[in-house]
Write a protein that binds this ligand. Structure first.
Ligand code: ADE
Ligand code: ZN
Length: 335
C-alpha cells in the first residue's frame, strides 16, 4: 500500500515554504549571513538540539516562535531559492505532481528583506522544479493574522505585491499565524480587495480556533478553500454545507499532532469527513519543523490510522486535483 501511495500523483495545497527550512539549512544560512541566533535558548546550540526541541511543541504559538526566528536566517535571493528547491526535491521523492505553496512576505519585508528578493528566489526554484522534476507549482501570499489588519492591507497594496499578483506570479492569498483571538472577519477588506484583483482566496481556520472561524472565513472572507478545518466535525450543519459546496479542506495530519491539536492522527475526523462527503487533501504544512515528515509521511500516517481503500485514496487525489488552482489543461494532465 505504501508503494501505491508513493505513486499516486499528489497535489500539495498546504506547504509553507518557510516551514521547509531544516535546522541544517537554518544554521548554515545564519552563519553565512552573520545572523545571531538566540543565545538564551539552549535549543539554538546546534541543529541537533533544535531538532530535539521541535519534537516538543506545546501549541501553535510555541511552534510559531521558532518558525519566525528560523526564517530570520534567510536574506538573499539564493537563500530563498535554496529553501524552495530543498522542498521541491523532497516533493519529487514523495510523488508530488503539483504544489501550491504559501509564503509570508510580511515576516521578511518587516526585517528589511525586499518582497522581490523573496519572490525571485522562489520563482527560480519553481522554474527549476518544473524543468528538472516535472513539478508544476503556484505561489499563495499569506497575511499574518497576529499583526494589525491595516498592515496586511498596506502589504497587499504595495507596488511589488500588486505587480506579482497582476502578472500571475502569485495566484492567491491566505491567512495564517496565531489563530485564537484573531477571527477571520478582521481581514475582510484585505480579501475584498484581493478578490477584486481576481485572486483565489483561502484561510487557515479551525486548526486551533473554533468551527465558527470556518463559517466566518466562508461568509466574510468568501474563501474557496479552508486550510486545516479539522474542527469542522464539531458543527454537523456546517460540515454538510462544506460537503454540498465541495469546498476543499487542506488537512495536515502530522502537523496537528505536533502542535497538539489532537493526540494522534487516529483522532482526526477523516472517516467522518469521508462519510459526510467532505472533500479534503492531505498535506505537510511545515515539514522541516514536524519531524521531517513531508507529504508522503502524512499519507502513510492516515493509512496507518484509517486503512483507506485504494478507491478512497483515488477519490482523495481526485478531490485534490479538482480543488487545485492550476489551469484546466494542467488539471486534465493530472487526472
Ligand atoms: N504558519 C506556518 N504554519 C502554520 C500553521 N500550521 N498554522 C498557522 N500558521 C502557520
Ligand atoms: Zn499552515
Amino acid at each position: 500500500m505504501y508503494e501505491y501511495l508513493q505513486k499516486l500523483p499528489k497535489c500539495e495545497h498546504h506547504i509553507h515554504l518557510e516551514g521547509a527550512l531544516t535546522p541544517e539549512l537554518l544554521f548554515s544560512m545564519a552563519q553565512k549571513n552573520h545572523i545571531d541566533l538566540p543565545e538564551d535558548d539552549p535549543a539554538f546550540l546546534s541543529p541537533e538540539s533544535l531538532t530535539a526541541r521541535y519534537r516538543d511543541f506545546s501549541c501553535l504559538d510555541d511552534f510559531l516562535g521558532y518558525y519566525y526566528i528560523g526564517m530570520n536566517s534567510l536574506l538573499d535571493v539564493a537563500d530563498f531559492e535554496a529553501l524552495a528547491w530543498d522542498y521541491f526535491q523532497h516533493a519529487a521523492q514523495d510523488g508530488v505532481a503539483h504544489a501550491e505553496c504559501f509564503f509570508d512576505p510580511q515576516a521578511h519585508v518587516s526585517r528589511g528583506v525586499g518582497y522581490d528578493v523573496v519572490l525571485s528566489g522562489f520563482k527560480a526554484a519553481q522554474k527549476r522544479a518544473q524543468a528538472e522534476l516535472g513539478i508544476s507549482s503556484e505561489l499563495i501570499c499569506c497575511f499574518l493574522r497576529h499583526l494589525p489588519p491595516p498592515e496586511a492591507l498596506e502589504t497587499l497594496r504595495s507596488s511589488p505585491v500588486q505587480t506579482s499578483m497582476k502578472s500571475g506570479d502569485v495566484i492567491g492569498i491566505g491567512l495564517d499565524s496565531s489563530e485564537k483571538d484573531f477571527p477571520p472577519q478582521l481581514f475582510q477588506q484585505v480579501y475584498d480587495e484581493a478578490r477584486a484583483l481576481g485572486l483565489r482566496c483561502t484561510a487557515h481556520a479551525g486548526e486551533e480556533g473554533p468551527a465558527e472561524y470556518i463559517a466566518t472565513a466562508l461568509d466574510d472572507l468568501r474563501v474557496q478553500r479552508i486550510d486545516h478545518g479539522v474542527r469542522l466535525a464539531e458543527d454537523p450543519k456546517l460540515m454538510q454545507r462544506i460537503a454540498n459546496d465541495q469546498t476543499l479542506l487542506t488537512i495536515c495530519p502530522i502537523s496537528n499532532v505536533y502542535l497538539k491539536c489532537v493526540t494522534s492522527v487516529a483522532e482526526l475526523p477523516i472517516r467522518t469527513f469521508l462519510d459526510a462527503g467532505v472533500q479534503f487533501s492531505i498535506n505537510s504544512d511545515d515539514p522541516a519543523y514536524f519531524g521531517d515528515n513531508y507529504i508522503l509521511a502524512n499519507y502513510r500516517a492516515v493509512q496507518d490510522a484509517f486503512s483507506l481503500t485504494p478507491r478512497e485514496w483515488a477519490g482523495i487525489c481526485r478531490a485534490g486535483i479538482k480543488g487545485s488552482w492550476c489551469d484546466e489543461t494542467r488539471k486534465k494532465e493530472l487526472m
